[in-house]
Design a protein around this ligand. Structure first.
Ligand code: MRU
Length: 347
């Protein structure tokens, strides 16, 4: 994706270093950081410097490749296994992380060079899948449509292009007149900070809406379609995505608005029979209690926004049942969220 005239991916590997766009600093500062070791890459995932299903998958694959390069010859397999456990513990919900680690770990057992080349392939595939999702999703978008999205499933959340936003970018490039409502997505505000920033960079008309405004806008007939990303999709189509997605899907059903999930097939987990088996990450209460941003004098500030002394519960994802999902836009086409259709398309 182009930022200030330069084409970037969100994360890439050169030699044994991983480079990435530091998403916690956006939209106030655009900064590229380097992770020299697999430990540093794990830290980048855990602290959400790199976040979003596909981007997490790519950096997790690179971290596994870094571990293969760092592993001492006399203790290779124990080092590799410990590294795998550490990488897999960074973000428990995102399926792409496990998908990438499994592939790169298998290659690392052959050689460190094979691990690096497999990790590069996983990242390349994420970008090409996202591009295809744009092609298929664009067919659903008509001129004049108002589209709502939740969280950030744009190019920052993947290696390039994005999922939920990939069709939006293509429709915009083709000259379709579209408008995007971006849910702010508390507590970390990925919609207000990242989706809005991406859309502004691309010149797509949009506005940020409070998280609790979606149902009201739908009831007024202001939303024609909703497209969201996914962090893990179970075998029956139940979909884990950023907390707040479920209530949007319920509202969309009530008002007869098509509700699409956009995700590559690498996000499907056929070992999860349904959504009840998807592990849901719980994050620090501080993400709810505090907010950070830029003060008028340009200083970065973190402030308490809740009643002092109260605690907060912070589940990072929820699960939308398949029955509320109109279709899943994948790199292989748009599929019905049903067990039979999914297993057929994935094999
Ligand atoms: O916790 P995050 O920011 O890594 O959340 C993941 C997401 O970006 C969203 O759930 C998104 O809609 C899924 S697609 C990347």
């Amino acid at each position: 994706m182009n930022v200030n005239g330069i084409d970037y991916r969100t994360v890439w590997m050169e030699g044994t270093s991983v480079f990435f766009i530091e998403q916690n600093l956006l939209p106030f500062q655009f900064s590229i950081q380097e992770a020299k070791t697999y430990h540093e890459s794990c830290h980048a995932i855990r602290t959400m410097m790199v976040r979003g299903a596909g981007a997490i998958g790519a950096i997790a694959g690179f971290a596994m490749a870094q571990a293969a390069c760092e592993a001492p010859v006399n203790d290779f397999s124990t080092f590799l296994q410990n590294a795998r456990t550490e990488i897999e513990s960074t973000r428990p919900t995102a399926r792409n992380l496990f998908y990438a680690v499994e592939k790169v770990y298998a290659a690392a057992l052959v050689s460190p060079a094979a691990a690096v080349s497999t990790a590069q392939k996983v990242a390349d595939r994420d970008a090409s899948d996202s591009r295809m999702i744009g092609e298929f999703g664009n067919e659903l978008i008509r001129n004049g449509m108002n589209i709502e999205t939740h969280c950030n499933a744009g190019w920052l959340a993947f290696v390039d292009y994005g999922t939920a936003l990939s069709p939006v970018y293509l429709a915009h490039l083709q000259g379709k007149k579209i408008f995007v409502y971006a849910d702010e997505t508390r507590p970390r505000s990925q919609g207000a900070r990242l989706t809005a920033w991406e859309l502004k960079q691309a010149g797509v008309p949009h506005t940020i809406i409070p998280d609790n405004a979606g149902a009201w806008l739908m009831s007024l007939g202001k939303i024609d379609m909703m497209i969201v990303g996914a962090d893990r999709i179970a075998a029956n189509g139940d979909t884990a995505n950023k907390i707040g997605t479920l209530e949007k899907a319920i509202a969309a059903k009530e008002y007869g608005i098509p509700f699409y999930v956009a995700a590559p097939t690498s996000t499907f987990d056929l070992d999860c029979a349904d959504g009840t088996h998807i592990p849901i990450e719980e994050r620090s209460e501080d993400e709810v209690l505090y907010m950070d941003g830029i003060a008028k004098d340009g200083r970065h500030e973190r402030i308490l926004v809740c009643s002092p002394g109260s605690h907060a519960f912070n589940p990072a994802f929820d699960v939308t049942p398949a029955k509320l999902i109109t279709g899943i836009i994948t790199e292989k086409g748009i599929i019905k969220p049903e067990k039979e259709t999914i297993s057929l398309r994935l094999t």
